[in-house]
Design a protein around this ligand. Structure first.
Ligand SMILES: C[S@@+](CC[C@H](N)C(=O)[O-])C[C@H]1O[C@@H](n2cnc3c(N)ncnc32)[C@H](O)[C@@H]1O
Length: 204
């Protein structure tokens, strides 16, 4: 006999947070244009992680149309600031417009350019970093993140079950500067199948 719900997929689908009109519109745009946003469940998770960590300085790699940026911005501490790095000019412009609509344009900025290049010129400390760029960029981003995220700060990395992330997840596991938990899970309305999410706290 199993203790598990028989209809667990349908049940957990029914528990996905209800999006407000702005996020719902961005979800519809993303679906129509095949833009891979985190979706309502991981979006809510980002909101919660920003909130519980009390993050006042947030760095995001990969804004697309600003969906995850809005989720993080909503959880950010009052008076905080978020910087998102996005190399596609059209996406950066849409993210800025959507942050304006969300009432977050004053606190959340999108800088245009390659995240790996832009990070060289950044100074920390950041309380939270969220990584969602091209997957081969994750490993080279790690050394910058190790410098930029403060001790005790939180790293959240999306799509770590993608083939291009294998070297990153192993490097994170082996790095004594991070205390990590790497999760393989099915997040409904995020990825079509199981996907990975790395969570890590900067230590030492
Ligand atoms: C998966 S989408 C981001 C989705 C967004 N985080 C969300 O959930 O709403 C990845 C974005 O990262 C951008 N990107 C990919 N590689 C990048 C890089 N090296 N530097 C900056 N942006 C990059 C792409 O243009 C794309 O808009």
């Amino acid at each position: 006999m199993s203790w598990m719900l028989k209809d667990m997929d349908a049940h957990f689908h029914s528990l996905i947070p209800q999006s407000d009109p702005l996020l719902a519109q961005l979800e519809a745009e993303a679906e129509a244009e095949h833009i891979p946003i985190v979706g309502p469940l991981v979006g809510r998770l980002l909101h919660i992680l920003a909130l519980v960590s009390g993050a006042g300085r947030i760095l995001e790699l990969g804004a697309a149309i600003g969906y995850s940026t809005i989720c993080l911005g909503r959880g950010m501490a009052a008076g905080g600031s978020l910087l998102s790095l996005e190399h596609d000019p059209a996406m950066a412009a849409r993210a800025r417009a959507n942050l304006e609509r969300a009432g977050l344009a004053g606190s959340c900025k999108v800088e245009e350019g390659d995240a790996l290049e832009l990070m060289v010129g950044l100074s920390g400390p950041y309380d939270l970093a969220f990584v969602d760029i091209h997957k081969e960029g994750y490993l080279p981003a790690l050394m910058h993140l190790t410098r930029l995220v403060r001790p005790g700060g939180l790293l959240v990395v999306d799509n770590t079950a993608f083939a291009g992330c294998k070297d990153f997840t192993e490097a994170l596991r082996d790095d004594p500067g991070w205390l990590e938990a790497q999760v393989l899970c099915h997040f409904p309305l995020h990825s079509p199948e199981k996907d990975g999410l790395s969570l890590a706290v900067r230590v030492g």
